[in-house]
Ligand binder design. Structure first.
Ligand SMILES: CC(=O)SCCNC(=O)CCNC(=O)[C@H](O)C(C)(C)COP(=O)(O)OP(=O)(O)OC[C@H]1O[C@@H](n2cnc3c(N)ncnc32)[C@H](O)[C@@H]1OP(=O)(O)O
Ligand SMILES: O=C([O-])CC(=O)C(=O)O
Length: 373
């Protein structure tokens, strides 16, 4: 057997026609992320990822309507969210459980037929935004707000989160963030989803497993930790001494570095621009200025680029979103990619089962319990 690649670095583990990263350029089904970020709605991207073509007007209206119509969640999920000790539960843990629970209210959860799976995809994509918003409201002692059928996805999410219709600039920011986070080739959570459903387990299992993988700070959980770091730094002049200390302690800087991108994450510049605009608009420029200082310093001293999580932190913060909801919002977006990969996996399935390079002791004789030292 050949030697293993730590963290599977550089290993091509599957074929996929959903998204690609070539020469540091990201595209969804061949459409450049820059064009999609500037021009498309999240629903357009959802359609693109699931159907591998951009929707025409009728198709776009249909997916928008379907998503809005499926957003409402069973009362039992709300009751369940109310039963948590919300002072300690992380919203990603709540989301992981709520999606799993959602499967119990779907009498076709275990049916793997293609058409049924597509219906489940719409339902899960629609409901995940509602679950995140409901969790946040219940935690704040407020009643969950039902979705409105005439609102787009980003707008509905903000409406359910805040209990009032959002400003255009907020909708634009969330829409763009959802577009930018939607898919990213074979990242850890997407790979997790594919490994899970390749056993012919159901979609709910795949999404639940993926949420678990995204939660970690080396992956989606980094965005919350970026804001934690910025808050600890507090003021711009503290930024560089803080980072130097982290380097001395050999600690990682959240939101920096990437396994695949060597010269920078193409999504980061969009979030950086949004961060600049939104922090200025809300009088919170210090978070942007501090982020730029850190980015420049780390680029210069470590050669590491900012990743998608770095500037998303100050974007969400300037929209007044609780810091521990940053990763759940990432999950809301990435669900579209997970679902696309799950559907693709089912279409051409083979069990995913790599090998391990054994590094333990050579074969040895069994020692009876009484004779062991
Ligand atoms: C949506 C996403 O998932 S994007 C990634 C989100 N995660 C983060 O932002 C967490 C911070 N970043 C990291 O931990 C890493 O850059 C990862 C996990 C994203 C990718 O890392 P890998 O390709 O596995 O690189 P690895 O962790 O092995 O690091 C390689 C070297 O670079 C250093 N390095 C990598 N990232 C960082 C960082 N953010 N801060 C400081 N040093 C870093 C490591 O310490 C290591 O140095 P060494 O060789 O001297 O020991
Ligand atoms: O691709 C990765 O390893 C992580 C990432 O940027 C993402 O999931 O968006």
């Amino acid at each position: 057997m050949t030697t293993s690649a730590k963290g599977l670095e550089g290993i091509v583990a599957t074929q996929s026609s959903i998204s690609s990263i070539i020469d540091d350029q990201l595209s969804y089904v061949g459409y450049r992320i820059d064009d999609l970020a500037e021009n498309s709605s999240f629903e357009e991207v959802v359609y693109l990822l699931w159907n591998k073509k951009l929707p025409n007007t009728t198709e776009l209206e249909k997916i928008k309507k379907e998503l809005a119509e499926h957003m409402e969640i069973p009362d039992a999920i709300i009751d369940h969210l109310r039963s948590y000790d919300l002072s300690t539960v992380h919203p990603m843990a709540a989301l992981r459980t709520a999606i799993s629970l959602l499967g119990l209210y779907d009498n076709k959860a275990d049916v793997l037929e293609s058409e049924v799976n597509k219906q489940k995809a719409v339902s899960i994509q629609a409901k995940i935004a509602t679950i995140v918003a409901a969790f946040s409201r219940i935690r704040n002692g407020q009643d969950p707000v039902k979705p409105k059928k005439d609102l787009g996805y980003a707008e509905n999410f903000l409406y359910m989160l805040n209990g009032k219709e959002a400003e255009e600039i907020e909708i634009e920011a969330i829409n763009k963030a959802l577009v930018l986070h939607a898919d990213h080739e074979l990242n850890a959570s997407t790979f997790t989803a594919r490994v899970c459903v390749a056993t012919l387990s159901d979609i709910y299992s795949g999404i639940t497993a993926a949420i678990g993988a995204l939660k970690g700070p080396l992956h989606g959980g980094a965005n919350e930790n970026v804001m934690k770091m910025l808050s600890e730094i507090g003021e711009e002049e503290n930024a560089i001494p803080y980072i130097e200390k982290k380097f001395e302690n050999k600690e990682k800087i959240m939101g920096m570095g990437h396994r695949v991108y060597q010269n920078g994450d193409p999504r980061a510049k969009h979030l950086k621009k949004m961060s600049e605009e939104l922090t200025k608009l809300t009088g919170q420029e210090k978070w942007y200025n501090m982020s730029v200082k850190i980015e420049d310093y780390i680029k210069k001293h470590k050669g590491l680029p900012a990743n998608v999580d770095f500037y998303s932190a100050s974007v969400y913060h300037s929209l007044g979103i609780d810091h521990d909801l940053f990763t759940p919002i990432f999950a809301v977006s990435r669900t579209s990619g997970w679902l696309a990969h799950i559907l693709e996996q089912y279409e051409n399935n083979r069990l995913i089962r790599p090998r391990a390079e054994y590094t333990g002791p050579e074969l040895q004789d069994y020692v009876e319990l009484a004779k062991r030292g």
